[in-house]
Design a protein around this ligand. Structure first.
Ligand SMILES: [Zn+2]
Length: 480
């Protein structure tokens, strides 16, 4: 076996990790060998096989999304926006999303996976935690695009539905939940560590209100045994919060603590509608419970902000010691935008410019994500870490003038500013182009998937409404 090539990247700005936190290293050198970073510093005198002159660029760790549904989210676009039922406190979970998901076919799901992997990479995301049911296809496509994936095959014992747009009901089938957990365990056995460890698995009971206590506990036991994250959608709607309080006499998060499923490997999907939030008007305490448990929050700010719902607040969670990470969830699947929205919404909630800064947002997108994944070799540029890197343009419409590169990225940058992306040392985006992506084919397949889905919605809506009734065009048709 020949030794792996050593590549030195000389960048004008490097966001490097010194063991305590990210630091700004000007005119730095990062040396990668195989899938790892072997050196970071102001200079390197050892032998290298290749040197990349990136003096006009910014080198950062790859971004991490800890909450995604890449097999469906792209098809939220052009439908879910601007519509919400006050009966469900504007959550889209009970009417709009089920209609959309049921009308989507499997071919469209695969089109979403391809679209998403390319979309994430070109936005500088190098690791995604995917919650869904298309695990086999996700595992197959990850090495094609070169995206690092944590796959959580979702399962649950119940589902919610509304028959009248007024009330939410839960239908239970514990046998289905049990089989789902068995399948997830089997999936883990087959695929965890696949493709040279590019793919790992985690355990994902879908939602706190659709899983029985035994199913949640057994799933947690498995996650502990295999030392993988355990992610559950929790405190994501007022309907769910009130239902859980009615069932158990405590908040969803307090209930999880009592069940013994709130631990260091627990990632709470959302945790926005909690005790202490004005959305619940319920006594405080959940933030403290999360901090004491050492769990993580996958904060998908945009999917809520779009509906007028906000975490109260990112700063309070962070200052209490909750590990904050960022998720992309719906579309656009952009951690750049997630950082921007997380910072801005927190400032608005706190009425304080300094409440959540670029550093807090960038830390959540890198170190916080790595911590949620129980990894100390991701989300940082340090010797021994994986070579998951993003080279950003320093000279562009969004990045010039450059003085503070992280402020420019968090408050200004777009996907267009991502020049190169490396995952495991492999160049997967070059000149802004995703190497494995046939853009025309990907966009065509997604459009076709939408065109098959929209007309089917009449069948899945409780009132038989079609896409145009559920989500009217922004402007009326010409001549109307
Ligand atoms: Zn989700």
């Amino acid at each position: 076996m020949t030794a792996a090539k050593r590549i030195a990247i000389r960048a004008g700005y490097v966001i490097a990790f010194d063991g305590r936190g990210h630091r700004l290293l000007r005119d730095g050198v990062v040396v990668i060998e195989g899938d790892s970073i072997v050196h970071v510093g102001p200079r390197f005198d050892g032998r290298v096989d290749e040197t990349l002159d990136a003096s006009d660029r910014v080198l950062t760790p790859g971004l991490i999304s800890t909450h995604a549904h890449i097999g469906g989210s792209p098809l939220d676009r052009s439908f879910l926006e601007d519509r919400g039922n006050p009966q469900f406190w504007y959550s889209g979970l009970f009417e709009m999303l089920p209609v959309r998901s049921e009308a989507q076919d499997e071919e469209a799901g695969r089109a979403c996976v391809d679209f998403s992997m390319a979309e994430l990479l070109r936005g500088g995301v190098t690791t995604v935690m995917e919650i869904g049911t298309l695990g086999e296809y996700v595992v197959e496509r990850a090495p094609h695009y070169g995206l690092r994936v944590y796959m959580g095959q979702a399962f649950r014992s119940g589902k919610w539905l509304t028959k009248d747009g007024t009330r939410v009901e839960w239908e239970w089938n514990e046998e289905q939940g049990r089989q789902g957990l068995e399948r997830a365990i089997d999936f883990h056995t087959r695929w965890d560590g696949a493709h040279g460890d590019l793919v790992r698995c985690f355990v994902s009971p879908s939602q706190i209100d659709t899983c029985t206590p035994d199913l949640l506990k057994d799933a947690k036991r498995f996650a502990d045994e295999v030392r993988r994250p355990y992610q559950v959608h929790t405190s994501q709607s007022v309907v769910e919060f009130n239902e859980m309080v009615a069932r158990h006499g405590k908040t969803p998060i307090a209930w999880m603590k009592d069940l013994g499923v709130l631990g260091r490997n627990t990632v709470l999907g959302h945790a926005i509608i909690i005790g202490g939030s004005s959305w619940t008007n319920y006594p405080d305490g959940d933030i403290r419970l999360m901090a004491e448990a050492g769990c993580s929050v996958a904060h998908a700010v945009w999917v809520f902000a779009r509906r007028g719902v906000a975490m109260e607040s990112f700063r309070r969670y962070r200052e209490a010691g909750v590990n904050m990470s960022l998720g992309t969830d719906t579309n656009p699947q952009s951690v750049i935008e997630a950082m921007r929205w997380a910072a801005v919404v927190s400032k608005m909630m706190e009425r304080n410019t300094e409440a959540t800064t670029a550093a807090h947002a960038f830390d959540a997108a890198t170190l916080g994500g790595a911590r949620a994944l129980l990894r100390d070799d991701l989300g940082r540029i340090a010797p021994g870490a994986k070579a998951d890197l993003v080279l950003w343009k320093a000279s562009s419409w969004r990045m010039t003038p450059i003085r503070d590169p992280v402020k420019n990225i968090v408050y200004n940058a777009s996907d267009e500013d991502v020049d190169r992306v490396y995952v495991n040392g492999r160049l997967v985006v070059d000149g802004g182009r995703v190497q494995g992506a046939d853009e025309g084919a990907i966009l065509g397949a997604l459009q076709a998937g939408g065109e098959r889905m929209w007309p089917r919605m009449t069948k899945s809506d409780w009132a038989g409404r079609g896409a145009d009734q559920l989500s009217p065009q922004t402007y009326r048709e010409w001549g109307d």
